[in-house]
Ligand binder design. Structure first.
Ligand SMILES: [Fe+2]
Length: 158
């Protein structure tokens, strides 16, 4: 791989890493604010996977001779940045899970964009693995929403 294409890959991976950091930070808020214990546990599990992904991307950037983006990049992916603490406070568990779902959806779109670019095979494999994990997150969040909505609909209170 030429130095120029290495630099391009490092740049793309760093942009992707920034999104993971945003996700981790958002999940901090989600986990903190959600009331239901089992939802909290599931969101914490998903956050843990994002932490693992961030570590994997950072390691790959270093292998390529780059410097991983620090965790507090402010000009990151807008969608995650829009999830301010103030917006989350006072929301129901369902609202919060729906927000996480929106975030994952945007994360997937951003990962798909990274995959479309010119990556070396090792980096591409890594991004694809993360992409499929994010799709699993989407599924897990949808299931939480279904469970939540069913419990409201069918507990006899309405
Ligand atoms: Fe995810």
């Amino acid at each position: 791989m030429s130095d120029a294409s290495k630099r391009e890959v490092i740049k793309a991976l760093n942009a992707f890493l920034k999104g993971e950091h945003m996700a981790i930070r958002s999940y901090d808020e989600f986990v903190h604010n959600v009331q239901d214990h089992s939802i909290k546990k599931e969101l914490a599990r998903i956050q843990q996977e994002h932490k693992q992904h961030a570590a994997d991307i950072a390691r790959r950037i270093q292998e390529l001779g780059g410097k991983p983006q620090e965790s507090t990049g402010l000009a990151g992916i807008m969608a995650w940045a829009m999830m301010e603490v103030a917006e989350i406070t006072g929301q129901t568990d369902l609202d919060i899970v729906k927000r996480a779902l929106e975030g994952e959806d945007l994360g997937i779109k951003s990962a798909a964009k990274v995959v479309e670019g010119d990556l070396d095979p090792v980096s591409e494999k890594l991004v694809r693995q993360i992409l499929s994990a994010d799709q699993a997150h989407l599924g897990a969040l949808r299931e939480l929403i279904n469970t939540y909505e069913n419990s409201i609909c069918c507990d006899g209170s309405n």
